[in-house]
Design a protein around this ligand. Structure first.
Ligand code: DPM
Length: 318
């Protein structure tokens, strides 16, 4: 029996922290087996000078890992779930979704503003983000602020902030926690300001379809409640055909088996905003997906359809 399971990961510090967490859990449950980590660079790690939405390719941070899986060079791959496209390549499946960390976005400020909130920043303060979702929501809510693109891994971004290129950045709380930088958070953004990205704060572990050995191993890192929420969120996004080209945000909450999903679709300039919430009793993946699809249909009928058409007409559909 094969007792070596190779784990694919991106090379960034955040990606490695995430991958080590999954590896340590597997090692704890299966002490006799070996889980070597194989690192690789993705297109998204290489192209650092172009805005994310302009590259427009789905699976920017995941494709190389997926190819390694299909070539049997690795047996599983650890991703930030939010970076993983909602449609998987033929032959691959999402074998596990890990317990979600705090999914909301955070404001991180240059030390001279530390402790202030977005509402308290002076007009013209420069906020760095390359997420259309964050950009549209914050433009909608805080027209007094200026937004500027920023790329690079978390380390690079914080350096750019601290040397004065920006007054503040919007980053996921989860990533900041994992990097040990939670003390830099000045404000955690509530849903009335920013809904989070689909899957934000959870990890997605991908493996080959039908690889029963690996699928069985992965059960120890799977978290059912997180998975129900994320299946609903991913179905919502898939139904709206949103990749990183469209400003789409979500918020979900599971109480017992009542799942409440909220979603928002905005125009790129943040001027138009369609928001909705639905609740359903959910105990299976299929029921969670049905909720996500239903909310997407409702928002389409309420104006999201027109917003999406306008965006696809300007940027094209990737
Ligand atoms: C995706 C987006 C961003 C990442 C777009 C979005 C943020 C890009 C930016 C799809 N992937 O969120 O609307 O703000 O410039 C990424 C981060 C994490 C996973 C970093 C972050 C860590 C948090 C997590 C980049 N992917 O969002 O601050 O596990 O969810």
């Amino acid at each position: 029996m094969n007792s070596v399971t190779r784990i694919g990961s991106r090379q960034s510090q955040l990606a490695l922290i995430q991958t080590h967490w999954v590896r340590d859990e597997l090692q704890k449950h299966y002490p006799e087996q070996a889980f070597p980590i194989v690192t690789m660079t993705t297109q998204g790690d290489k192209i650092l000078d172009v805005a994310l939405a302009k590259i427009g390719d789905k699976g920017l941070f995941t494709k190389e890992l997926e190819q390694a899986l299909l070539r049997h060079e690795v047996d599983l791959a650890v991703h930030s779930l939010k970076d993983l496209p909602t449609r998987m390549p033929e032959g691959l499946v999402l074998g596990a979704i890990t317990q979600r960390e705090e999914p909301r976005d955070a404001l991180v400020l240059h030390p001279r503003w530390q402790g202030k909130t977005l509402a308290e920043l002076p007009p013209g303060a420069v906020i760095g983000t390359s997420s259309l979702r964050r950009l549209a929501q914050l433009r909608h809510r805080f027209p007094h602020l200026t937004f500027k693109d920023i790329r690079g891994n978390l380390n690079t971004r914080l350096q750019k902030l601290d040397r004065g290129d920006y007054d503040g950045l919007i980053l996921a709380v989860a990533g900041l926690h994992r990097m040990g930088w939670a003390d830099r958070i000045s404000e955690v953004l509530d849903p009335d300001i920013s809904l989070y990205a689909v899957g934000q704060g959870a990890l997605g572990v991908q493996c080959r379809a039908g690889d029963e050995r690996v699928l069985a191993l992965l059960q120890v890192v799977h978290h059912r409640e997180t998975a129900l929420r994320c299946w609903a969120e991913r179905a919502f996004l898939r139904q709206l055909e949103g990749g990183c080209q469209v400003p789409i945000g979500v918020h979900s909450q599971l109480v017992g088996d009542e799942l409440t999903l909220s979603g928002v679709v905005l125009s790129l300039d943040g001027q138009q905003r369609v928001f909705g919430t639905q609740t359903a009793k959910v105990t299976t993946e299929a029921e969670a997906q049905a909720l996500g699809e239903s909310l997407a249909q409702t928002l389409r009928a309420q104006g999201a359809e027109a917003i999406l058409q306008a965006i696809f007409a300007t940027v094209g559909r990737s």
